[in-house]
Design a protein around this ligand. Structure first.
Ligand SMILES: NC(=O)C1=CN([C@@H]2O[C@H](COP(=O)(O)OP(=O)(O)OC[C@H]3O[C@@H](n4cnc5c(N)ncnc54)[C@H](O)[C@@H]3O)[C@@H](O)[C@H]2O)[C@H](O)CC1
Ligand SMILES: [K+]
Length: 522
């Protein structure tokens, strides 16, 4: 599914009316009808409940007027409040405004402080608020009476249904422009906007619904877009169905370079996640001293123990063992729990220079990478980096807030500059490829901010690349499966109690479910 910015949405809107001769009023009517359905669900057949619809003076407000008309027709107790000067209501919005005036729907205006008294009283008596103040037309910080209204609405804690985008959120960036409505549910029209899906907006949407409003599929397929959403359907096109006469060699020989004293858990989690994601053979390169621990913990993994120089021995001969195994692998992942020692730097540098297979860099490999960024462009195959914002800060020299404010741009710029795939983790993970294509994940929850969660992701992606899934597909599917495993785990343990091992346990079922649905369709 495509994700657009405000401009692209407006262009699509215009093409629909100009080229496909579908009047905007029809789109607005469909938007109004879809939103009315959601309000009726929230009313739950209780007609004693009261609905307040707060409308701006643009087409977002126009949608709100259409909702008011439909609710009024269904004998719902509805009151409309207009934020701004009603004389500036025009075109499609004006058609709907005049219709509710003619039907004598109760309408109040919110121009200044005095109007807030009645509004507050009505708000206290209301059960549901429809937020139709601003949509993709918001282009500057909210101030004045609109700011007041948003503050008051957020305070009274009613069920709030936002039209297209929570008012105050920028459709282009997801940033809060002054203040923003914290919705219970957001009904976005036809396609999600960037601002519906990137932080901090995802804190304001509540449940996000994407509802068609009648824009022709052909127009959508031709429209420019900023990003693509990773959905279960995306994975159906990525995950292969296994042939009956296959053997483990078909499913890859992966090398995982992970773990160090006190951080064996990362190596175990990454390895288990890779095995549970279907890799054929997994070799785990670990310092020799840890070999026994890991041999007992990981039955199906073949270890590659390497000597770490002791005392003042400068020669790190053990790296040759790793490189030997690397030459026989079709994917290598390094970083989880590896530590930030001199040896880690040597390993990362040698892998970047000598690997012929795809390279996945995570955790401590990313921590030493700033010293050798120029090597990224010399890698013979392709690279996937899986930084969280803190690691991305070290790689870019930006601060964490700067990164979180511009997640898509930061990831895209880095991907283009160094010719790598970036998986920028965090709420709504962003994936970018070497050409600057952008993919946004739709799964996951805050419970996944738990130790080892990143190691699990690395394991999943490694396994998918090992199974010869193309790298961007492996990154997308890995991120989606990882998030879904977190969602499934949270259903059992809750977001507080879940641990990374719970996520690993969920992976096989999620993959099977998606592949079985694919089989059913094929
Ligand atoms: N195909 C579609 O996407 C359809 C979308 N619809 C709805 O239309 C809105 C976009 O409407 P638009 O008239 O462009 O702007 P808004 O209603 O979002 O904004 C109203 C108006 O407010 C002004 N404005 C901007 N920033 C501020 C501010 N900080 N303070 C005060 N006023 C501000 C600006 O001039 C805007 O014109 C879209 O979201 C959908 O809800 C159609 O209904 C159906 C087709
Ligand atoms: K809105």
């Amino acid at each position: 599914m495509k994700v657009l910015d405000n401009q692209q949405m407006r262009l699509l809107d215009r093409i629909t009316t100009k080229e496909y001769k579908i009047p905007g009023l029809i789109l607005m009517e469909n938007a109004g009808m879809n939103t009315t359905v959601e309000v009726m669900k929230a009313l739950n057949e209780d007609y004693r409940k009261k609905v307040i619809i707060i409308c701006g003076t643009g087409n977002n407000g126009g949608d709100g007027f259409a909702v008011a008309r439909h609710l009024y027709n269904k004998d719902v107790q509805v009151k409309v409040y207009i934020v701004g000067d009603e004389k500036s209501i025009q075109n499609d919005a004006k058609v709907n405004f005049e219709a509710i005036q003619a039907m004598r729907v109760s309408i109040g205006v919110l121009k200044d402080e005095n109007d807030m008294i009645d509004f507050n009283l009505d708000l206290m008596k209301s059960d549901i608020v429809v937020d139709a103040i601003f949509g993709t037309g918001l282009n500057k910080p909210v101030k004045g009476i609109a700011n007041e209204v948003i503050g008051v609405v957020n305070k009274v804690k009613r069920k709030i249904i936002s039209v297209d985008i929570p008012s105050g959120i920028s459709g282009d960036t997801g940033k809060v422009l002054g203040s923003a409505i914290r919705a219970t549910k957001t009904v976005a029209y036809q396609l999600p906007k960037i601002g519906n899906l990137t932080a901090p907006a995802i804190e304001y949407n509540g449940e996000l619904l994407i509802c068609p409003i009648g824009i022709p599929q052909e127009a959508i397929s031709k429209s420019q877009y900023e990003a693509k959403l990773i959905t279960e359907k995306t994975l159906k096109d990525i995950l292969p169905i296994r042939g009956l006469n296959s053997h483990k060699g078909n499913y890859g020989r992966a090398l995982m370079i992970a773990g160090s004293r006190g951080m064996t858990g990362a190596a175990i989690l990454a390895s288990k996640a890779a095995l549970r994601s279907g890799v054929g053979m997994l070799h785990l390169a670990i310092p020799e001293e840890l070999n026994d621990i890991l041999e007992t913990q990981l039955t199906e993994v073949m270890t590659v123990p390497f000597q770490v120089p002791k005392g003042n021995a400068k020669e790190f001969t053990g790296v040759e063992d790793i490189m030997g195994s690397l030459q026989r692998s079709n994917v290598v992942a390094l970083g989880p729990g590896l530590g930030r020692s001199k040896e880690t730097e040597v390993i990362v540098e040698r892998v970047l220079r000598e690997a012929k297979c795809p390279v996945i860099l995570d955790a401590d490999a990313l921590n030493v990478l700033p010293k050798m960024l120029k090597l990224l462009k010399k890698v013979k195959s392709r690279c996937i980096l899986t930084p969280h914002p803190g690691e991305m800060a070290k790689l870019t020299g930006l601060s964490i807030p700067e990164i979180n404010e511009n997640r898509i741009k930061v990831a895209k710029d880095f991907s283009r500059k160094y010719g790598v795939i970036v998986v920028l983790k965090g709420a709504s993970t962003v994936i970018t490829d070497e050409e600057g294509h952008v993919y946004l994940n739709t799964t996951g929850n805050p419970g996944m901010a738990t130790a080892g969660s990143g190691d699990v992701l690395t394991g999943i992606i490694t396994a998918l690349v090992g199974q010869k899934i193309n790298l961007i597909g492996a990154a997308m599917a890995g991120v989606y499966i990882h998030g879904r495993s977190g969602d499934e785990a949270a259903k059992i343990t809750g977001e507080y109690g879940m641990i990374a091992s719970d996520m690993v346990r969920e992976v096989p079922r999620i993959i099977t479910e998606i592949v079985n649905k694919k089989k059913a369709f094929d």
